[in-house]
Design a protein around this ligand. Sequence first.
Ligand code: SF4
Length: 268
Amino acid sequence: MDTRPGEDAVPLRRAKGRPAPVGLPWPQVTQEQWNDYRWQLSHRITSVEDLRGLCGFTPEETRLLSRVTDLYRAGITPYYLSLVRFDDPDDPIARQAVPSAEEYFGVEGGEDDPLEEEKDMPVPGLTHRYPDRCLMVVTNFCSMYCRHCTRKRIWALGEAAKTEFELTKMFAYIRRHEEIRDVIVSGGDPMTLPTERIEYILKNLRKIPHVEIIRIGTRVPSVLPMRVDDELCAVLEKYGPVWINTQFNHPREVTAEARRACDRLLRA
Ligand code: SF4
């Protein structure tokens, strides 16, 4: 694909319309590429080295933060990175996305599983704590790895989705437990799965008569809003209603793209 800047080159911008600082790594991205979630996924920032120039890390900070990402991987979509104000050391967008030394020094005092989800896990990946609801972790992959995530422990397992075999065991458990009427499909971020796999999950859940409510936990609307495309909305509509649990943690995340994604989800 031709990536020379043209009339459709993306005017990468910061809040208030100021231009992005020179140095964002995709000066020649076209509008078409920018709005393609596959392009966003394949151009994620995944290392401290990639962030060094943008964030102004010293060599010492780079070494320490590389140790952080050895423990807890990094992943930031170009879209979300374009919202960061690099001249603010406490930028609330960066705090959610950019690894920090506190993560390294907090390891000793923190809990791997702060919500104790694994204690109530009768089948790998499925937490059943409250009688009428359960949680399915269907992938370990996220388009962005939020530094505040309570499931960081699963990042070490690799960026893999659950296999059909593993999902089948979860469906079988839910089928056997007629008290379950509410299923939260989570991860990782389920909305990063191929649409066919999302359909496979929803179709199988809809086959279970006692499952009344299906929820999907996702940060896609705030970190990868272009993922909410026609194909995905058609699947959500087909198996709906599907409730979306998401996080917006700062007003600057409420961009035109994010509004459009939420609007489409509401209509699906
Ligand atoms: S998208 Fe959700 S699961 Fe993924 S890192 Fe962020 S909070 Fe954690």
